[in-house]
Design a protein around this ligand. Structure first.
Ligand code: NAD
Length: 502
């Protein structure tokens, strides 16, 4: 079945196709600045209504949406498979992880964002102080294609739970999935357009940045993030930028080598390597290097991409990415690297067979740039310290993985990334309470967890005078004695070491 959105005949449209077969999946309008603007204006009214429901009212609606989605996992997974190319089973995993966040965000929104008293400090003890986190209003969400449910929903679920209306521009490669999500939300919230869709390419995204939204939450490449930040700077619109990565795995001397190889393979090749927090580089310490490479190569050699249900992963979703993968592999081989699995011939398009490279120089594109294909580089290091140093020598800093028994968590904490999993891969993304986001070229701001809720709300601080102060100095008609009293109080309050509050 093809998805279409009702549009007047004169409106420009674009098609999405199944990347494996080229079959038409959907036809969508290219929304220009005027259409985007009017969508944002409608969202403005919806935002007031949605905020007025309060935490409990919104939580009820979002729970209903979650239940509806949970009942339609198979339908949505099939669409994700057709439009993006990933195996249905992978789409099911993606949706299951999304449902965890759609549960966590509304369940915790009031606790994290609701109004609470804070200490006003000894000097201002005559005032009561409260803080709360109020919704921005209308949030523009711009998404990528590689996880067309999980990735935008990391912003959408948290923005909605915080009380905002959302205008969502999915990737031009996956608008049908975006449209499906928005329509399903309208089934549980039919009263107001709290979650709306605009479709099109980069120009539609740019129009959304300029349409007067109160915040833009972007997930995509680092290059686009820079353009978005520049566009948003025109109106000082705040941005959340979730960008690319070059995630590393460290395999320490006491690691379970077989488990590490299994995880590296999944982390590197699942979804055809098109995972922002996918493993692209492995640093294995000398003591386990040979064993690790042998085990990884044996497991990788039997992986097969394809369109059928038994295939390990699907095609490259974006045809242009195949050229990037080919360039990285060819360059690595030209510069002295060796392929222990696959080689330049593995990169055919739309399917790319697994490629495992060793002895690749650290300054090669395959080690430095985001490949976004089913490839892994494995580098021998002296010890875990050298692994950390090499892993951190990257402009990116999104996620990471460590395999090791004794030093796993210590190594994970030393990696310059927003997240890390010890003795598994990608796990941090499925924990509702954990923030998700990067450093450096991987962007800034956080989705998920408490930080993810606060990302979609602005703090509002209020003080209320309860009784006059004995050191009432902030008035022009104060007596000179008032400042003397203040100095005495300063001596008493700040002049002595105080115990740290825990
Ligand atoms: P992309 O940057 O090409 O596009 C992302 C979105 O931005 C699309 O919706 C696109 O239409 C829009 N866009 C393009 N130009 C724009 C402009 N000038 N103004 C406004 N919007 C514009 O990225 P992609 O190819 O869709 O996704 C892959 C990238 O996303 C990879 O780099 C991947 O690592 C990254 N990613 C990051 C995360 C994360 O959470 N950090 C998650 C998934 C994907």
């Amino acid at each position: 079945m093809m998805t279409t959105v009702d549009t007047p005949a004169a409106v420009e449209t674009f098609d999405t196709t199944d990347p494996a077969t080229g079959e038409l999946v959907g036809r969508f309008p290219v929304h220009g600045p005027a259409a985007v603007q009017s969508t944002v204006e409608r969202a403005r009214t919806a935002a007031r209504w949605w905020a007025g429901l309060g935490f409990a009212g919104r939580a009820e609606r979002l729970a209903a949406w979650r239940v509806l989605l949970a009942g339609k996992v198979a339908e949505l997974a099939e669409l994700v498979h057709r439009e993006g190319g990933k195996p249905v089973a992978d789409a099911v995993i993606e949706i299951a992880t999304t449902l965890e966040h759609l549960t966590w965000a509304p369940a915790n929104a009031e606790r994290v964002l609701g109004r609470r008293k804070v200490r006003s400090g000894l000097l201002l003890a005559n005032h009561a102080a409260t803080v709360e986190y109020q919704p921005y209003g209308v949030v523009g969400v711009i998404g990528p294609w590689n996880y067309p449910v999980f990735t935008p929903m990391g912003s959408i679920a948290y923005a909605l739970a915080a009380g905002n209306a959302v205008v969502f521009k999915p990737s031009e490669y996956t608008p049908a999935v975006g449209d499906w999500l928005v329509r399903s939300f309208a089934q549980v919230v039919p009263e107001q357009p709290v979650l709306q869709l605009v479709t099109g390419g980069g120009q539609t995204g740019a129009a959304l940045c300029r349409a007067g939204v109160d915040k833009v939450a972007f997930t995509g490449s680092t290059a686009t993030a820079k353009k978005i930040m520049a566009t948003c700077a025109e109106r000082l619109t705040p941005v959340l930028l979730e960008c690319g990565g070059k995630d590393a795995m460290v395999v320490d001397a006491d690691a379970d080598v077989d488990a590490a190889a299994t995880a590296a393979l999944w982390g590197g090749m699942a979804n055809a390597g098109q995972t922002c927090v996918g493993i692209e580089r492995v640093y294995a310490v000398d003591a386990v290097y040979d064993d690790f490479v042998a085990k990884l190569a044996a497991k990788a050699a039997v992986l097969r991409p394809g369109e059928d249900r038994e295939a390990a992963y699907g095609p490259a979703t974006m045809p242009s990415q195949v050229d990037v993968i080919r360039r990285h592999v060819t360059d690595a081989l030209d510069r002295g690297g060796r392929a222990v699995v696959g080689g330049a011939g593995s990169v055919r398009g739309p399917y790319v067979e697994p490629v495992v490279l060793v002895d690749v120089p650290e300054d090669a594109a395959a080690v430095r740039e985001e490949t976004f294909g089913p490839t892994l580089t494995v580098t021998r290091v002296r010890d875990a310290d050298e692994a950390v140093e090499k892993a951190n020598a990257s402009s990116y800093g999104l996620g990471a993985a460590v395999f090791g028994k004794t030093r796993g968590e210590e190594i994970a904490r030393r990696l310059r990334t927003g997240m890390a999993s010890v003795n598994s891969v990608l796990t941090f993304s499925g924990v509702g309470a954990l923030p998700f986001g990067g450093v450096g070229d991987s962007g800034f701001g956080r989705i998920h967890g408490e930080d993810g809720l606060r990302e979609f709300a602005r703090s509002k601080a209020v003080t209320r005078q309860r009784f006059p102060s004995v050191v009432d100095v902030t008035r022009f008609d104060r007596k000179p004695a008032a400042i003397k009293r203040l100095m005495t109080v300063v001596g008493i309050v700040y002049g002595r070491p105080r115990r740290r509050r825990r």
